[in-house]
Design a binder for this molecule. Structure first.
Ligand code: FES
Ligand code: FE
Length: 424
């Protein structure tokens, strides 16, 4: 499966510290290498346990182009199964979600438990006594693990644990969870899917790009009554941070602390969500609750596909070198019904069919993909903020709000993953 080293693009030369080659977004060979060395090797976000609360629940998810069934078996254990019948490869699950005692293949009727085991096949005599059911279960993602209900899968038998992979990004998932008075995220609002004709890395790079919002999102800033536009300006106290291992964040807390308004990050005030604020104070105490409400939700891109953008969560799915799907859902929190309602409305406004935000970004992705196909100049420039980068108190590379510290961090990690064996 692995191409000889000599046939692979020379990633060490195509990915420099402050610029990357355009072919990395258009070359089919690069995409094939990325599937093998990134998507089918590293930990990839698949779904959240709250999407399958009951035994027998399942949802269809993905790891890159692979369709994955995330299920909960009768004992309550979560499984990540490949959506492919072990008989002659028919796709088992067509519906996006459901609850069942058994998954039945439509082609010849083989049935499987929600733990992936083969339960039976019609007309048993045809198989004779020496066809064991035990090796004929559904394929499964080699490793799966979860943190705070966020379920990740990896096709690599060995390698870093999920916690090692998450590294410094783990704390952001804690920060999300504590926005619930009982510390639980619930992704129960359903999903929208947006497909774009663009390479997946353009999306990943854009998620923590603080340079574009003033230009691409000026229309939403003009209609919204919030301080968001200031967050993405040269005067912003927000920080673009490389958390290592490809994870990047746009830490908006310094800017929100400057304003010091509870729920300011959400463009609202405490009197609009009195029940929620009361529950938060009861759960965490006045001081901590206030801190949580001022700091708000993170803006973090957990490599390679989990993007949490304050009020919503995206899962990025590459389908081809120039085709990517963004699955998006509003964040929802246990024991916070009034907050949840408002989140749902805001997310409709940002990424819904008539939303202001994602449509603008998607337009940029597609223009980028068309632009990068041009023959000259061959390189994309990622120099912004190199002159003012610093190491922060936690040892991470940090830049100003509009700097390309995050993009450089993402590419450093991609270069490591794509060249690992060459240097081994
Ligand atoms: Fe599924 Fe034949 S392919 S039962
Ligand atoms: Fe944007």
């Amino acid at each position: 499966m692995t191409a000889p080293v000599a046939d692979r693009p020379p990633y060490g030369r195509l990915i420099e510290d402050d610029r990357v080659h355009g072919s990395l977004y258009t070359d089919e060979r690069v995409f094939a290498d990325e599937l093998e060395r990134i998507w089918y090797r590293t930990w990839v976000y698949v779904g959240h346990e709250s999407e399958i609360p009951e035994p027998g629940d399942y949802v269809v998810k993905s790891i890159g182009p692979q369709s994955i069934i995330m299920s909960r078996d009768r004992q309550g254990v979560v499984h990540l199964l490949l959506n492919r019948c072990s008989h002659r490869a028919n796709q088992i699950c067509e519906s996006a979600r459901g609850n069942t005692g058994a998954l039945r293949c439509q082609y010849h009727g083989w049935t499987f438990g929600t733990d992936g085991s083969l339960l039976g096949y019609p007309f048993r005599q045809g198989y004779g006594p020496d066809t064991p059911k035990s090796g004929l279960g559904l394929g499964r993602v080699t490793r799966s693990d979860s943190y705070r209900g966020f379920v990740f899968g990896s096709f690599a038998a060995e390698g870093p644990t999920l916690l090692e992979h998450l590294g410094a990004a783990r704390e952001a998932l804690d920060r999300v969870a504590r926005l619930s008075p009982v510390g639980r995220v619930e992704l129960t609002a359903g999903w929208l899917q947006h497909e774009v004709r663009a390479n997946w890395k353009m999306l990943v790079e854009n998620e923590t790009d603080g340079y574009h919002p003033q230009f691409v999102h000026s229309s939403i800033f003009e209609v919204g009554e919030s301080h968001v536009a200031e967050v993405y300006s040269e005067k912003s106290a927000a920080t673009a941070r490389d958390l290592g291992d490809g994870h990047t964040e746009h830490d908006l807390r310094p800017q929100f602390r400057r304003h010091d308004v509870p729920l300011g990050w959400f463009g609202t005030t405490e009197d609009r969500l009195p029940d929620y604020c009361r529950s938060m104070r009861a759960a965490y105490g006045d001081g901590t609750a206030r801190e949580i409400l001022v700091d708000g939700s993170p803006h973090i891109m957990i490599f390679p596909n989990l993007f949490i953008a304050e009020i919503q969560l995206f899962s990025i799915q590459p389908l081809a070198v120039d085709r990517t799907v963004q699955h998006v859902t509003p964040l929802q929190f246990a024991e916070a019904p009034d907050l949840n309602r408002r989140l749902l409305h805001q997310v409709s406004g940002s990424v819904g069919p008539a939303g202001f935000l994602l449509a603008d970004d998607s337009e940029m992705y597609e223009r980028n993909q068309r632009g990068v196909a041009a023959l000259r100049p061959e390189w994309l420039v990622l120099r912004r903020g190199l002159n003012r980068e610093r190491i922060d108190d936690d040892g991470h590379l940090a830049g100003a709000a509009t700097d390309e510290t995050t993009q450089r961090g993402i590419w450093r990690h991609i270069r490591t993953l794509l060249t690992e064996e060459e240097s081994a």
